[in-house]
Design a protein around this ligand. Structure first.
Ligand code: NI
Length: 135
């Protein structure tokens, strides 16, 4: 098995807030990430596709095509957006890195034309990342 990774970056605003909790509970739980007027991150996304080499191309997946699929379905919908209010596929979830990674997986899983989606990583900072590999 071979693993092909495409990295993309996007900038977005969010607020971690659970509407089922009180303002005090939210502030205690999420700290500065609960600031009412949003804050931003420069996110890095890594998408890994696993598969065998196609003998005709020598590729697992045409990575230029993978780039286009990620940009069209994910990056264009997230970049310079408010993740709480602007993104259809994040509607109703707390936009933590965990939920973002899972939602991106769900957006991409059936759109990978060669190989299989293997993992989605979201870096919220250089030091913190979440990886999702499906159920
Ligand atoms: Ni944040």
């Amino acid at each position: 098995m071979l693993y092909v990774t495409r990295r993309e970056v996007f900038s977005a605003a969010h607020r971690l807030h659970n509407p089922e909790l009180t303002d005090e509970e939210n502030a205690r739980l999420f700290g500065k990430c609960n600031n009412p007027n949003w804050h931003g991150h420069n996110y890095t996304l890594e998408v890994v596709v696993a598969g065998k080499i196609n003998p005709t191309t020598g590729y697992v997946i045409d990575i230029n095509n993978l780039k286009k699929i990620i940009r069209k379905n994910v990056i264009e919908k997230l970049d310079h957006k408010n993740l709480n209010t602007d993104v259809e596929f994040l509607r109703g979830v707390i936009p933590s890195s965990e939920n973002i990674a899972k939602a991106i997986w769900d957006e991409l899983e059936d759109k990978i034309p060669e190989g299989k989606l293997y993992s989605v990583k979201i870096y919220e900072t250089e030091n913190n990342y979440v990886e999702y590999k499906g159920e």
